[in-house]
Design a protein around this ligand. Structure first.
Ligand code: BYC
Ligand code: FE
Ligand code: FE
Length: 472
């Protein structure tokens, strides 16, 4: 199907055939643009940014690149191609045909899953809104805005589902999504990480590395859903998501490469005196964001997750790769602290531990990236290594919340944790030091801040000194 980009809302869901739905979304659109202008990126709204816009879902040429002012970005609605014959791959409904509408008995659960997914998208834009003022290069500035506009499109993807399949309730949820605010005391975003501050570019790269990666694994799980429109929305969102993860993983790699190079030349092994970020500071930011994002998978023992899985609403990432898609009589062993803070093994029904399967897949993917960063450090001959902390470290949700663990996962007292806090998590001094390096934006084409190496190549085949953001 050819997509009409001049339509008010570009889409491949035949909006024109459903005038009532189209009008409802066209009524939501100005509220969305107001939200964008109010709490979207600070400054730069009138600048022309070299952005990618989704225009199709085919494997070749789903996007086009060009200069756009962000408020004029074409946020569209796209579902990946699918087959109405697709079979559900898990739970008690395994091998049933997928649903094109919302089964009445699953309406509340599906609405809740979609709203939770949707809420993270605008939240991340709000969290990142001040970073433009301290960007390390035009290339990075453009990537920040690319991520921001696509998170905006992800919100559109979810609001379409709410409007189309959930009637008045769905429209109310669509409005509420524009009313909550990241970090707001009275009307916060739903999940904790999406209220955490993103103050500097080390936070930003950690966020796109670890938090967007939660997005990848949640979207992979939703792409398995028996509710076909949700599955196909999630599939297309994953296409865009790959770039967000690229920004995070390569961003940290570029920081680490620069830090390693500067540290090696310093008699005390420090990068800060030479305009770089010390590797132990990178490690503490990593500890913070990784642990916060582990919470995004929910509790280790979750009756919600069991119910979603049984009913075919939400599977696991790449469900087909799991040996058992029903998990009826299996058990999983968890290692948790008992009430005397000793590590003990606890058996739970596998269905109750579905969140743990998804978390495992996520941790494996994060570990692969850490290995890559370590190869960058190793290549300059520095012995320092980054590591992922234990999945028990610094948790606020689930079985490990309320206990304290070292980064290696050993139970310790609250008092000892407090004492060690600044060794394990970003201290006020770390934040001040990072901030001192990032006071001024670097906006000369081809120039990069001292604390980050240039990327291997530019965007869309353009050179590194391309004018990714036009300042006239
Ligand atoms: N913070 O039964 P449990 C993305 C609540 S990121 C605060 O263990 P469940 C993106 C929970 O709601 C992907 N509260 O949880 C990334 C429950 O509340 P109630 C977003 C939390 O349901 C970057 C209670 O604790 N997508 O796309 O098994 C940029 C008990 O929890 C948290 C999704 O999340 C938390 N971290 O799992 C832009 C997919 N965790 O019932 C975008 C949809 C749990 O006591 N969401 N709680 O009121 C879900 O699938 C599930 O809701 C969760 C939680 C996996 C998040
Ligand atoms: Fe997203
Ligand atoms: Fe993302």
């Amino acid at each position: 199907m050819a997509i009409d980009l001049s339509a008010k809302i570009p889409n491949n869901v035949d909006l024109d055939r459903d005038p009532k739905l189209r009008r409802a979304l066209e009524a939501w659109q100005p509220k969305y643009v107001d939200w964008w202008k109010e709490v979207g990126p600070v400054g730069y709204q009138e600048k022309e940014i070299y952005l990618r816009t989704a225009i199709d879902v085919g494997s070749d040429g789903w996007a086009h690149f060009g200069y756009v002012r962000m408020p004029e970005y074409r946020w569209g609605i796209f579902l990946a191609d699918g087959s109405p014959e697709r079979k559900i791959g898990f739970g008690d409904v395994a091998r049933d045909t997928v649903w094109q509408d919302v089964p009445g008995e699953h309406r509340a659960s599906l609405r809740r899953l979609i709203v939770t997914q949707a809420d993270t998208e605008p939240a991340s834009v709000e969290q990142q809104r001040r970073l433009g003022a301290i960007c390390p290069s035009l290339y990075d500035l453009r990537n920040l805005f690319q991520v921001n506009v696509e998170e905006g499109r992800h919100l559109w993807a979810m609001v379409y589902l709410l409007h189309r399949y959930f009637g008045k309730d769905g429209r109310d949820e669509g409005d509420a999504l524009l009313e909550r605010r990241a970090g707001d005391r009275d009307r916060p975003r739903i999940l904790a990480t999406f209220n955490d501050p993103v103050e500097d570019w080390l936070d930003f790269f950690m966020f796109t590395m670890f938090t967007d990666r939660d997005g990848k694994f949640q979207l992979l799980s939703l792409a398995e859903s028996g509710f076909d429109p949700l599955a196909r929305s999630a599939q297309f969102m994953l296409t865009e998501e790959a770039h967000h993860l690229f920004v995070g993983e390569t961003g940290i790699n570029r920081i680490v490469a620069r830090s390693a190079e500067l540290s090696r030349q310093d008699p005390n092994g420090e990068a800060m005196p030479h305009g770089g970020i010390d590797l132990p500071v990178v490690q503490r930011y990593l500890n913070l964001w990784f642990s916060s994002c582990l919470d995004l998978f929910g509790g280790e023992v979750s009756s919600n997750a069991a119910a979603y899985f049984s009913a075919g609403l939400k599977g696991r990432p790449n469900e087909a790769k799991f040996p058992d898609h029903v998990e009826k009589n299996e058990v999983r062993v968890l290692e948790v602290a008992d009430d005397q803070d000793r590590l003990v093994k606890r058996e739970v029904a596998a269905r109750l531990a579905i969140n743990e399967d998804t978390r495992d897949a996520y941790i494996r993917d994060c570990a692969r990236a850490v290995e890559r960063w370590n190869r960058s450090i190793e290549s300059v001959g520095l012995p320092y290594r980054l590591t992922l902390p234990s999945r028990r470290f610094n948790r606020r949700i689930g079985e490990h919340a309320g206990h304290h663990f070292t980064p290696s996962g050993d139970p310790i007292s609250a008092a000892l944790f407090d004492q060690k806090r600044d060794e394990w998590l970003p201290s006020a001094a770390d934040r001040t030091a990072v901030r001192a390096l990032q006071q001024k934006p670097v906006t000369k084409p081809g120039a990069f801040a001292s604390w980050i190496a240039p990327p291997a190549r530019g965007i869309d085949g353009k050179p590194l000194d391309f004018e990714y953001v036009r300042f006239m």
